[in-house]
Design a protein around this ligand. Structure first.
Ligand code: NAP
Length: 199
């Protein structure tokens, strides 16, 4: 049985925190591959920073050197809202004999009850909720335990210190002309400059 982690997020832009999370999850859970899935048209967001194509290209550039990392454009190919349930169903039909886990931020996971068909989603996939240090641990833990109980699903929590880097902070830095060097891969930084993103 192959074991694959689906790394879901806006990646606007992707940064070293995301890459460290993916690598840690790969090692801790002994996965065979991590597929990065930039969110296409998330049902809960209206305006976003960079376009899907830019976020997709930046994710490809950032993951190029790791042969266990791949990137999927699945959420842009499908028109309409990008529901994680549909994305995972498609992965199930594309990969035979594979077990999936979905990796994303705790801030997203605490809203899981409002996602599209969350019970069905948790039936087909385990969730790994990753958080930055400094987030109110007890509060979030209680909330996730409640969701786990109500939705009868498998959700694990993981704290990664490097995730203290944030896409919001990086976008602000580009907007204000403050260096974001060493927070994201150099190729992604160059792509942002070249394409005038986040100005
Ligand atoms: P987001 O804005 O990308 O991220 C929320 C928080 O989690 C941010 O603090 C973010 O940090 C962090 N984060 C994002 N991706 C991460 C990852 N893979 N590992 C660790 N931390 C991560 O979140 P979102 O837009 O809510 O989406 C997250 C995922 O959930 C997407 O795949 C989205 O499609 C899915 N989703 C689905 C539904 C649905 O099916 N109805 C609803 C909501 C969300 P940075 O800002 O630094 O990235």
């Amino acid at each position: 049985m192959k074991r694959v982690g689906i790394m879901g997020g806006t990646f606007d832009p992707i940064h070293l925190g995301h890459l460290v999370v993916a690598n840690e999850v790969l090692n801790i859970y002994g996965l065979d591959e991590i597929v990065f899935v930039p969110a296409g048209n998330p049902p809960h967001k209206c305006g976003m920073g960079a376009s899907f194509v830019d976020r997709y290209v930046m994710t490809c550039l950032a993951t190029l050197s790791n042969n266990k990392f791949t990137v999927s454009d699945i959420e842009i190919k499908n028109k309409g809202k990008s529901y994680t349930l549909n994305t995972l169903k498609e992965f199930h039909s594309m990969y035979a004999d594979t077990e999936f886990c979905f990796i994303t931020g705790t801030d997203a996971v605490i809203n899981l009850p409002n996602w599209h068909e969350p019970k069905e989603l948790l039936k087909i996939c385990k969730f790994i909720a990753v958080s930055r240090p400094g987030i109110d641990k007890e509060d979030v833990k209680l909330k996730i335990e409640e969701i786990r109980r109500d939705l009868n699903g498998h959700i694990e929590m993981l704290q990664i210190p490097m995730l203290d880097i944030s896409s919001t902070d990086i976008r602000e830095r580009f907007k204000n002309g403050i260096s974001a060097k060493y927070l994201l891969p150099e190729s992604v930084e160059q792509y942002i400059f070249k394409n005038n993103l986040y100005r």
